[in-house]
Design a protein around this ligand. Structure first.
Ligand SMILES: NC(=O)c1ccc[n+]([C@@H]2O[C@H](COP(=O)([O-])OP(=O)(O)OC[C@H]3O[C@@H](n4cnc5c(N)ncnc54)[C@H](O)[C@@H]3O)[C@@H](O)[C@H]2O)c1
Length: 249
């Protein structure tokens, strides 16, 4: 029996990359998973990989920036299993690289919709169900960019800082209940998101990691798995660094 046996987890952006790694890890700890993503083909492929390992999986396709996507994902979890124990807000995009004076405000809106509005909508939808059962673990995937601010990445850095702010606020709103809300701030992990950035931008970020390597998906997933479990019991509204030593606070 895994430590998440019979628990139900919604993981956004779980078709590939860090989100899929998290879904795999939570499933191997015993959780039933609702996979949310807008890429139907990749989600189906990843869901069947999880199912072939004996995990129970539901797919909920949609864009996280639309509140309907959160409503549908919660309904799938509740219809099939009658509970939601874990929410991992992982879906995110990098956005176009450029100085602020070179970027259109529409680019900020595009990045904001996925990286922040999505996190807001899923918290808004799922938290009442968690309050009802007086139990829940929410983990938001922010970024070291939200703490340090990467040049030529204003929409990404600012929306990730907003995820940190949301985590701190909601953690305090729910303090004293059984619902804990935390976030993690990874540095560079080799996934598809890096294709959105110029090679020079990726090099800038990698050069700033003191341990001298990029992070592994499994390392982020292990931290998220602990934050998703009952073993995490005295941390809420907190920011967990996983940046190979880059973070200075
Ligand atoms: N890879 C890194 O270096 C790194 C570092 C720090 C933080 N992060 C964060 O980790 C999270 C996962 O990133 P990743 O590196 O695995 O990226 P990725 O591009 O490999 O995967 C992102 C997943 O999210 C999905 N997605 C994107 N927009 C969506 C939307 N609007 N609605 C639903 N699904 C959507 C994609 O289809 C994809 O499956 C993101 O929030 C990212 O900002 C990544």
């Amino acid at each position: 029996m895994g430590k998440l046996d019979k628990q139900v987890a919604i993981v956004t952006g779980s078709a590939t990359g860090i989100g899929y790694g998290i879904a795999k890890r939570l499933a191997s700890d015993g959780a039933n998973i609702v996979m949310v993503d807008l890429d139907s083909e990749m989600t189906e492929q990843s869901a069947s990989e999880l199912a072939s390992r004996g995990s129970s999986v539901e797919i909920s396709l949609g864009d996280v920036s639309e509140p309907l996507t959160a409503q549908e994902a919660a309904a799938k979890a509740l219809d099939r299993w009658g509970r939601i124990d874990i929410l991992v807000n992982n879906a995110g995009i990098g956005g176009t690289n450029g100085n602020i004076w070179e970027l259109d405000v529409e680019e900020l809106d595009r990045v904001y919709r996925t990286n922040f509005r999505g996190v807001f909508s899923f918290c808004h939808e799922v938290i009442p169900h968690m309050i009802e059962r007086d139990y829940g673990r929410i983990v938001n995937i922010a970024s070291i960019a939200g703490k340090e601010g990467n040049p030529k990445m204003v929409p990404y850095s600012a929306t990730k800082a907003a995820v940190i702010g949301l985590t701190k606020s909601v953690g305090k709103e729910l303090a004293g209940t059984g619902v804990l809300v935390n976030c993690v701030t990874p540095a560079v992990v080799q996934t598809r998101i890096l294709e959105e950035f110029t090679p020079e931008q990726v090099q800038y970020m990698v050069d700033r990691i003191p341990v001298g390597r990029t992070g592994e998906i499994s390392e982020v997933a292990a931290l998220v798995a602990w934050l998703s479990s009952a073993e995490c019991s005295f941390s809420t509204g907190a920011v967990f660094d996983i940046s190979g030593g880059r973070a200075t606070y």
